[in-house]
Ligand binder design. Structure first.
Ligand SMILES: Cc1ncc(COP(=O)(O)O)c(C=O)c1O
Length: 398
């Protein structure tokens, strides 16, 4: 047997183990745009699993802006940003982001990148090295964990939302550079990092705060600036990352921070420098999304979204499973067992509802869950139907 063949044998055995442990994952082929009503592999489903919190992924104005962007700038950028791939559309989006976050940043500037995963790799690997101490939240997104590993910094994980432990860890650090890294809204639990207290620790311990607000941007704060607006943060020490694939409905991500940090990233962040710039048409369309998020319409959509979340929280009534403390559009129903979670998701699909099922390693062992996510596009009736189905399934579960 060749060594390649033995690798295949090992991988097949490992894949079989995933199946036995109910950890096998598959992709679902959507046949229509991301929206509450979707056609998926021949079935009509109401989706409660996207991160399209404001319903912008299939908004006609955003789609039209994408078309216009293609006619102005073509299909692709053709090169990395520092060669010839940077366009006027990228530049305008970055200026708009800087203006949008102006109340929360000092001498702020924006940088647009191809994805949130890449933005986290870029910012952490450019700012940290083996002489840096990184303090990383226990429930951070995989991209932050991977970025910290890649940076070669000393990484200390602090318990979820535990400011006292973080303070103790910072006190014992002698590193010249200290970075605290946290999700703003936690992607699998839906709760929020205590950012006022964490920012205070930054000042006391001369540390920097990297917040990944993938799920708060567009959704939280009066103007949709996310957790930084919710907590009225304003600091030179704040480095904000957010994706433009969720509330903004398209793709890509931004980093917003002091202009010196952004310039450093342009010069030194390898995931930014050594990758082709994303299609300028996306940046062009994102200007429309950002305009909606910042407008009165954006505020109205956030209010509608909050009504749906409140409707869910006030009527979901579980005896066996449990919900988590979350005021955000991410509303997990923790079932625990992998197989039971898959069975519940399958049963909802049979009743025409598509809800994400999340299992380890994305969440800790024993906490498999349905991850229900809300959009301002959901109707009262759709949410009421889902609540009734989930309540019944829970009551019937043993
Ligand atoms: C907290 C968090 N950060 C980063 C990302 C990655 O963003 P993107 O999908 O734009 O790569 C995600 C999800 O996709 C996320 O939930």
């Amino acid at each position: 047997m060749t060594s390649d063949a033995s690798m295949l044998t090992i991988l097949r055995a490992q894949l079989d183990t995933l199946k036995q442990q109910q950890l096998w994952r598959r992709r679902w082929n959507a046949e229509t745009a991301c929206a509450p009503h979707m056609r998926v592999e021949g079935h009509d489903l109401i989706s409660f699993c996207s991160n399209d919190y404001l319903g912008l992924a299939s908004d006609p104005r955003v789609m039209e802006a994408l078309n216009v962007g293609v006619s102005l700038y073509g299909a692709g950028s053709g090169a990395s940003h520092l060669i010839s791939g940077h366009s006027r559309a990228h530049e305008k989006l970055e200026a708009a982001l800087a203006e949008f976050f102006e109340p929360n940043l000092i001498s702020g500037r924006g940088l647009y990148l191809a994805s949130g995963y890449m933005a986290n790799l870029a910012v952490i690997t450019a700012l940290a090295d083996s002489s840096t101490d990184i303090f990383s939240e226990a429930l951070n997104h995989a991209s932050l964990i991977d970025a910290a590993r890649l940076s070669r910094a000393k990484v200390t994980i602090y318990p979820h939302r535990d400011v006292a432990s973080l303070n103790a860890m910072l006190s014992s650090s002698t590193a010249a550079r200290k970075l605290i890294v946290t999700d703003g809204v936690f992607s699998m639990d839906g709760d929020i990092a205590p950012l006022n207290e964490i920012m205070r620790l930054c000042e006391i311990h001369d540390a920097w705060l990297i917040v990944d607000d993938a799920h708060g941007f567009g959704v939280m704060g009066k103007h949709g600036r996310g957790v930084v607006e919710q907590f009225a943060l304003c600091s030179e020490r704040l480095i904000l990352v957010g994706t433009l694939s969720k509330a903004a409905g398209i793709a890509g991500a931004f980093i917003a921070a002091h202009e010196t940090i952004i310039e450093w990233l342009i010069q030194r962040a390898r995931p930014y420098i050594y990758s082709t710039a994303s299609p300028p048409a996306l940046a062009h369309a994102l200007l429309t999304s950002l305009g909606i998020i910042a407008s009165q319409e954006g505020a109205d959509r956030r209010a509608l979204l909050n009504e749906r979340i409140t409707q869910w929280k006030s009527s979901v009534n579980l005896q066996h499973w449990h919900v988590l403390e979350s005021i955000t559009p991410i509303q997990p129903v923790v079932i625990g067992d992998n197989a039971a979670t898959m069975t519940a998701a399958q049963s909802l699909r049979e009743d025409g509802f598509w809800v994400g099922s999340v299992r380890p390693p994305t969440v800790p062992v024993g906490t498999s869950r349905l991850r229900v996510t809300f959009s301002s596009s959901h109707t009262h009736a759709q949410v009421a139907q889902l609540i009734s189905l989930v309540n019944t399934l829970d009551a019937e579960s043993v």
